[in-house]
Ligand binder design. Structure first.
Ligand SMILES: [Zn+2]
Ligand SMILES: [Zn+2]
Length: 147
């Protein structure tokens, strides 16, 4: 695919969208250190992280201080619905460390056993969405896949 094509065109040609509308869309293009990357194109082109490029294409430009967080914790996923903008590095670390992995495991086990999201959310002091995420994606808390 020639570099001269717009970023958006080059970007989506490298994405494997699943038939499941809520599923992860996987980046199939260039990778380094396990992270998807794409050249921004143009004369003063730079290399963008693929998930960041997805966010920018979909929602508009992201400033250098902002982090694009993977809600699904899937490194190669570029589904804009799974991405969330976080204002700073500090907030981002907080987001990932709010619950220990033991706590996440406990939530996972108890929610599988049928405890309600609302009760678990109250007990652990997090949102019901967070409980759903843990339930849906299991216990994964690495944050080096965001950026
Ligand atoms: Zn995803
Ligand atoms: Zn993150």
């Amino acid at each position: 695919m020639p570099q001269s094509l717009p970023l958006e065109t080059r970007f989506w040609s490298k994405v494997d969208k699943t038939t499941d509308p809520d599923g992860c869309w996987l980046w199939t293009g260039y990778r380094s250190n396990g992270r998807g990357k794409i050249g921004s194109g143009g004369k003063r082109g730079k290399v963008l992280l693929a998930h960041r490029a997805s966010y920018e294409i979909t929602y508009g430009a992201v400033s250098d201080d902002e982090i694009v967080h993977h809600k699904c914790h899937n490194k190669l996923c570029v589904n804009p619905n799974h991405l969330e903008l976080v204002a700073s590095r500090k907030d981002h670390i907080k987001l990932h460390s709010a619950l220990s992995s033991e706590q996440q495991k406990e939530i996972l086990i108890r929610s599988m056993a049928g405890e309600s999201r609302g009760e678990l959310a109250k007990e652990f002091g997090v949102s019901r969405n967070r409980i759903s995420q843990i339930k849906h994606y299991g216990e994964r808390k690495s944050w080096d896949n965001c950026g």
